[in-house]
Ligand binder design. Structure first.
Ligand SMILES: Cc1cc2nc3c(=O)[nH]c(=O)nc-3n(C[C@H](O)[C@H](O)[C@H](O)COP(=O)(O)OP(=O)(O)OC[C@H]3O[C@@H](n4cnc5c(N)ncnc54)[C@H](O)[C@@H]3O)c2cc1C
Length: 382
């Protein structure tokens, strides 16, 4: 017999665990929920960084925070004071462990480790099929990417990166300052930069990041990191690599389906990844908080896009078009943003919190002709 739940959450990563957190802190706290994931979530497979003005809903999990960020291009270097924002880091493993603890203490929430094959609407709810079982529910909140992105018909770049957490023999880092983007390494048109995120004088996550259509071989990312260390962190005498992470984030104007009827897509699968930067953490939290409130109030978990969100999606397309078509060298795109605008204003813009007038002001500081051509191009479809 099929087991029935009020809600099934498919995918127990960032979006799935966050949603359980919001449901358990709302009037939905007594609902019977099943969380399905194919993985036990026991690996520290990613590190989330994001900026915020206020405390995060997951502030208690923040591993490190910075208020000063170094930014470098070949012709511009500045230490940005991002007040009133803070740049924060949450380690995947701490988030997943919090998820496990939450499930242990909530008797009405079950987790099962199963591979989900499909999720379909039925006459009165949803049917979720896994390799072993079938489950039914009133609603399914799905964060598994079943949809294939059609890359040819959309603006599309992969944001791909490999990071090393290193421990140095001698104290070399300032833990109160991180490097947000360092574009000084040679590049061939693609967007390529390095993050340095120190969490103590001896430890930092150093990440080689590219926005481009093709991934690199693993050792090519390693070479970017070792070249960077020898060129820009020569004070490091000896280091060991404590941990590695690799990731690919789609940067695209592809319209991810928000789901329909009793299926609600969330996370990257629901379009909560910002197309022009790949950042997801904060947009997703805001989205899930709004969705939970609306669900409690109206019984409808489907949100309609606000005018503000539609405008941001359009601005994202313009930036993505500029980057994908190499209309302006990438270091110049980001360099111009930070050189001509207050850091807090750039972060506000990227957080989708600016007014229309503030956006016009920021856009007017960019390279007028290439951005105008990108804007026209997005209007005719690509
Ligand atoms: C390495 C890495 C670093 C990142 N760093 C940042 C960052 O610093 N800041 C930021 O804002 N964003 C970052 N992102 C982007 C984004 O925040 C993450 O990808 C985030 O985890 C997306 O949340 P999600 O819930 O949509 O997907 P996930 O967290 O990936 O969760 C999806 C879950 O679905 C499960 N699953 C998949 N297929 C199936 C199946 N068939 N059956 C059952 N379960 C399945 C997976 O095991 C996974 O647990 C990063 C992404 C990666 C990959």
């Amino acid at each position: 017999m099929q087991k029935h739940f009020d809600y099934i959450i498919t995918g127990g990563g960032l979006a799935g665990i966050s949603l359980v957190h919001y449901f358990l802190n709302s009037d939905l706290r007594d609902k019977r929920i099943l969380l399905l994931d194919k993985s036990e979530k026991k690996d520290n497979d990613r590190t989330w960084c994001f900026w915020e003005r206020e405390a995060s809903p997951f502030e208690f999990l923040v591993h490190h925070r910075w208020q000063h960020l170094d930014f470098y291009t070949p012709d511009f270097a500045e230490t940005l004071n991002i007040a009133p924002y803070k740049y924060k880091m949450i380690r995947g493993i701490d988030f997943y462990e919090y998820g496990q603890q939450m499930l242990i203490s909530a008797e009405n929430v079950e987790k099962s480790v199963e591979n989900v094959q499909k999720v379909v609407n039925t006459a009165d709810g949803v049917l979720v099929t896994t390799d072993e079982n079938e489950y039914t529910a009133d609603y399914c909140f799905n964060s598994i990417r079943f949809e294939k992105i059609c890359k040819d018909k959309n603006l599309y770049l992969d944001q791909h990166f490999k990071g090393w957490t290193i421990r140095t023999k001698n104290p070399v880092f300032s833990p109160d300052k991180a490097t947000l983007m360092d574009f000084r390494l040679p590049h061939a048109g693609e967007t390529k930069f390095v993050y340095v995120l120190p969490t103590s004088e001896n430890e930092a996550l150093i990440e080689a990041t590219l926005f481009s259509p093709d991934l690199l071989q693993s050792e090519e990312y390693d070479k970017i990191i070792t070249d960077y260390i020898s060129e820009y962190l020569p004070q490091i005498e000896k280091y060991e690599v404590l941990h590695e992470e690799f990731g690919v984030i789609p940067m695209t104007d592809y319209k991810f389906s928000p789901g329909e009827k009793n299926i609600v897509n969330i996370g990257t699968a629901g379009g909560n990844t910002k197309a022009s930067s790949g950042y997801t953490f904060c947009y997703l939290q805001k989205h899930l908080q709004r969705m939970t409130e609306s669900f409690v109030k109206t019984g409808n978990p489907h949100l309609t896009k606000t005018v503000r969100q539609k405008r941001s999606a359009w601005l994202d397309r313009i930036f993505l078009n500029v980057l994908q078509n190499h209309r302006v060298p990438p270091p110049k795109v980001f360099g111009t943003l930070f050189e001509n605008n207050k850091p807090s204003q750039v972060l506000k813009f990227m957080s989708e919190e600016t007014s229309f007038l503030e956006e016009i002001k920021i856009m007017s500081t960019m390279q007028i002709f290439p951005f105008f051509r990108a804007m026209l191009s997005t209007m005719v479809g690509k």
